[in-house]
Design a protein around this ligand. Structure first.
Ligand code: ZN
Length: 264
């Protein structure tokens, strides 16, 4: 094969599918996510700094500004790359995370994955998919994703204004409900990560780690409460982040005590 042929080469749709759709094993899912990011112009050095919330935003179809200045590169994933990232977030990373930590890509020991291992992760993904690996596949991956997984504008479901209440019989086409379900799952993962990162109740320290889900967001006085974070799935990630900034995480008894002290 001549050099020019190599430089022009693009993976077949079937090959791309095999690369990005990993079996439900933590490392295979992680490696597929790394391939998806790598082919979307996120270099290993930048992947190392990705956090769970970044992945949630990317999965929601939002674009991400990378680099310390925020202007180095704008990343937006196509549908297949998003699916690979989401599969890792939902089924792979929870198996790797031994403790609460914000980094997205983890080693089998649950530690942040070093940039030097990412090339190996890509190689393993190629091997698993049965595609010959000759090194230097960044160009190959980015050409393939550009052709087979083009980035699309934000899903229309994000523009749907928040409904006052769910209709008794939701009349939505399946695709739309699927998108909503995906968004609900990624938002749930984001909220769980925020609660885990809090390491217990702000007031009494209770409910750390194992039962973090029992923590509740307490809106601090002096901040306008726009919505209850229990309904976060219906909001944009930006809105949810802004709302979380107005809150402290406390356990239910401490929340009750706070409310009582405020005379409610
Ligand atoms: Zn407490």
């Amino acid at each position: 094969m001549s050099t020019s042929t190599l430089a022009e080469r693009v993976l077949s749709p079937n090959e791309l599918d095999r690369l990005l759709r990993a079996p439900k094993r933590a490392i295979a899912l992680r490696n597929a996510a790394i391939v998806a990011l790598y082919g979307s112009h996120v270099r290993p050095g930048a992947q190392r700094h990705l956090r769970v919330e970044h992945a949630v935003a990317l999965c929601a179809g939002e674009q991400l500004e990378l680099g310390p200045s925020g202007s180095d590169r704008t990343v937006l994933l196509g549908a297949r790359a998003r699916a690979a990232l989401r599969a890792y977030l939902e089924h792979g990373r929870p198996l790797l995370a031994k403790t609460e930590r914000p980094e997205l890509l983890l080693s089998p020991g649950g530690r942040p994955l070093k940039a030097c291992y990412m090339g190996r992760a890509v190689q393993r993904a190629f091997e698993r998919a049965g595609i010959p690996y000759a090194g230097h596949v960044r160009g190959l991956l980015s050409r393939t994703l550009a052709e087979l997984d083009p980035v699309s504008p934000r899903p229309s479901s994000r523009r749907v204004p928040a409904a006052p209440a769910a209709p008794a019989v939701p009349v939505v086409p399946p695709r739309e409900s699927e998108k909503r379900e995906q968004k609900r799952a990624t938002m749930k993962a984001f909220i769980a990560a925020v609660k885990k990162a809090a390491r217990g109740c702000k007031d009494c320290g209770a409910h750390a780690a194992e039962s973090f889900s029992e923590l509740t967001f307490d809106h601090l006085p002096g901040h306008e409460k726009r919505f209850n974070l229990a309904s976060a799935a219906q909001r944009s990630l930006e809105a949810v982040k802004a709302e979380i900034k107005k809150c402290e995480l406390v356990c239910v008894p401490c929340h009750r005590a706070r409310e009582k002290a405020r005379g409610r």
